[in-house]
Design a protein around this ligand. Structure first.
Ligand SMILES: [Zn+2]
Length: 151
């Protein structure tokens, strides 16, 4: 069986709703078609998806599992990534990373992404595609922090 179908079959209705709403469009045409067919087979209309998302009973769970803040799934993927974002950072962690970098040691951080809706829980290298407004905001912050550093 197809890998994407395996994945889709492993989702519950709520997860599937979030997946279709937030992640479907990030796939290539061929995969999107498989998802659309699956969606049709399951009878997931836009209306049903919106209802499932607003109902999501997982938002009330308190089982202590690490969950995605957007869809509340615990299908979260953690990747250790070499931390490259050492310049222009703030805080003690960043200082340490810079030091390690200078000594030839790489720093690793967790990149944490929700497998269901694609939400980035932790993004150490700021690799996730940002909407333009956020990019501008980050730009302003860099500017402000730059000013403070130069005092
Ligand atoms: Zn999620």
């Amino acid at each position: 069986m197809n890998r994407i179908l395996d994945f889709l079959n492993g989702l519950d209705d709520y997860e599937l709703a979030f997946f279709i709403k937030y992640k479907k469009d990030s796939y290539m045409k061929v995969t999107r078609k498989i998802i659309s067919d699956f969606q049709l087979e399951k009878n997931f209309s836009e209306k049903k998806i919106d209802r499932l998302i607003s109902e999501n009973p997982k938002s009330k769970l308190t089982d202590g599992k690490e969950r995605c803040p957007r869809c509340y799934s615990d299908k979260i993927r953690k990747d250790k990534v070499e931390w490259t974002n050492t310049g222009g950072g703030i805080g003690i962690d960043d200082e340490i990373a810079t030091w390690d970098g200078a000594g030839g040691r790489a720093t690793y951080k967790n990149e944490v992404i929700c497998n269901v809706c694609g939400f980035w829980l932790e993004d150490p290298n700021q690799e996730k595609p940002l909407p333009t407004s956020k990019k501008i905001l980050y730009g302003i912050w860099d500017l402000i922090l730059g000013v403070f550093r130069n005092i």
